[in-house]
Design a protein around this ligand. Structure first.
Ligand SMILES: [Zn+2]
Length: 132
């Protein structure tokens, strides 16, 4: 709590930290988000998913999402931890709702990495044609 308080001047950014010692500061968190976005961009480019640059997720969008969701995963309603090491089960990840589209803001939710992966497994695979 003390660490979080001492590193931000914006009171609005504080409410998610109530009762939790994140042991990660804003700068580290944003750096982590930045790296995730870079790898998503690369994946979208590899798969030729097109998007308008202004629609693409950015660090601030993800950061705001962490606030809106109070760090609760939309898939399992459990908290996700910002302390989890990169790419572990409880790490947060940026999930595309519709696999056909890129990581644009209107197509993404933030949740557990493992929930996002499980969700993908449950989804019917429909490649090469539009279902329904
Ligand atoms: Zn979850």
């Amino acid at each position: 709590m003390y660490v979080a308080l001492s590193r931000t001047n914006d009171i609005k950014q504080l409410y998610i930290y109530n009762g939790t010692d994140l042991r990660i500061n804003e700068k580290q968190l944003k750096q982590r988000i930045k790296l995730k976005i870079i790898s998503h961009k690369r994946a979208d480019a590899d798969k030729s998913r097109y998007y308008k640059p202004e629609d693409y997720i950015d660090v601030q969008w993800v950061r705001d999402n962490l606030d809106y969701t109070s760090l609760v995963c939309p898939h399992c309603n459990e908290d996700y931890s910002l302390l989890s090491r990169e790419n572990t089960r409880l790490d947060f990840s940026i999930d595309r709702v519709d696999e056909r589209y890129a990581h644009i803001k209107s197509n993404c939710v933030v949740g557990h990495r493992h929930c996002n992966n499980e969700r993908k497994k449950l989804r019917p695979i429909s490649k090469g044609k539009d279902e329904e």
